[in-house]
Design a protein around this ligand. Structure first.
Ligand code: AKG
Ligand code: FE2
Length: 277
């Protein structure tokens, strides 16, 4: 779909896929980072069932935006007006503050995020994607060497402490640490693992240097030939790989129109398996 990322799958019904049918789809996703599957008609159960082919579906830490009966489903664009009739920006512009990767605040970040489109506005509301591989490739040798083996400290709100979507009791985040140059566990490719809204610091350098590096890296994230901009249609499933890409919502659609998605967060391993290690 884009020069380096984005692939479209048509002519399949994900409800009836067997393992042999799923294998090339999974491979296409690994190869292209962001995958669009068109024209699906799914119930929540069917969406969850298909999502579990990619890994373990876990509830998102934002409890207030979970589906009331199905915690693994996050609702995007639902209840965007408050009791006073005012637009709630944290819901309307969720994911639109800047380029990011989902779950960097977790010791095991989300492997993937998958959205299913239920309602799409007449204008705007795209999702933009960019490749972390392309960002890594664009780094000057000096920076690659400086960052090799370095880790960053990440939290939910990062340096801006943005936490409106969390309940009060869930706002206390301890930093977690991730390598900035990340080798993808399945493709073996290196990417720039980075999120300006969640990173607090780069470890092992002075605070000043860390801030300067964060600014410099922010400038390398988005490379024109690493981008793909998704224009939604109802029935689209889009999945992205948080280990090697960034994304953001355009956040620009007419607020009085509906833009509604079911969203799942997918991990490589379950909490039980992590706890057992
Ligand atoms: O609504 C979108 O286009 C994407 C929002 C987002 O960043 C997310 O769901 O992780
Ligand atoms: Fe996101």
């Amino acid at each position: 779909m884009g020069p380096q990322i984005g692939v479209e799958v048509t002519g399949v019904d994900v409800k009836t896929l067997d393992n042999a049918g799923f294998a090339p789809i999974y491979q296409a996703w690994l190869d292209h980072n962001v995958m669009v599957v068109r024209d699906q008609e799914l119930t929540i159960e069917q969406f969850l069932h298909y999502s579990r082919r990619f890994g373990i579906v876990v509830p998102h830490p934002s409890k207030s935006t979970r589906h009331p009966e199905v915690p693994e489903i996050t609702l995007l664009g639902v209840n965007k007006f408050g009791a006073d009739g005012k637009l709630i920006d944290a819901i309307y512009r969720r994911g639109a503050e800047g380029w990011h990767t989902d779950g960097a605040y977790d010791a095991e970040p989300f492997k993937a995020t998958q959205l299913y489109a239920l309602a799409i506005p007449s204008a705007g509301g795209d999702t933009l994607f960019a490749s972390g591989y392309t960002a890594y490739d664009a780094l000057p040798e000096r920076l690659k060497q400086r960052l090799e083996g370095r880790v960053g400290a990440f939290t939910y709100g990062g340096r801006r402490r943005k936490r409106e979507l969390l309940n009060e009791e869930d706002r206390d985040w301890r930093p977690v640490f991730h390598p900035i140059i990340r080798t993808h566990p399945e493709t073996g490719r290196k990417s720039l693992y980075f999120d300006p809204g969640k990173i607090e610091s780069i470890e092992g350098v002075s605070e000043q240097e860390s801030d300067a590096l964060i600014d410099e890296l922010t400038g390398y994230m988005i490379q024109p030939d690493g981008e793909y901009r998704h224009k939604w249609r109802v029935g689209d499933i889009v999945i992205w790989d948080n280990r090697c890409s960034y994304h953001r919502a355009a956040g620009d659609y007419p607020p009085n129109e509906d833009r509604i998605h079911w969203r799942v967060s997918i991990k490589e391993r379950g909490a039980e398996r992590l706890a057992a290690e």
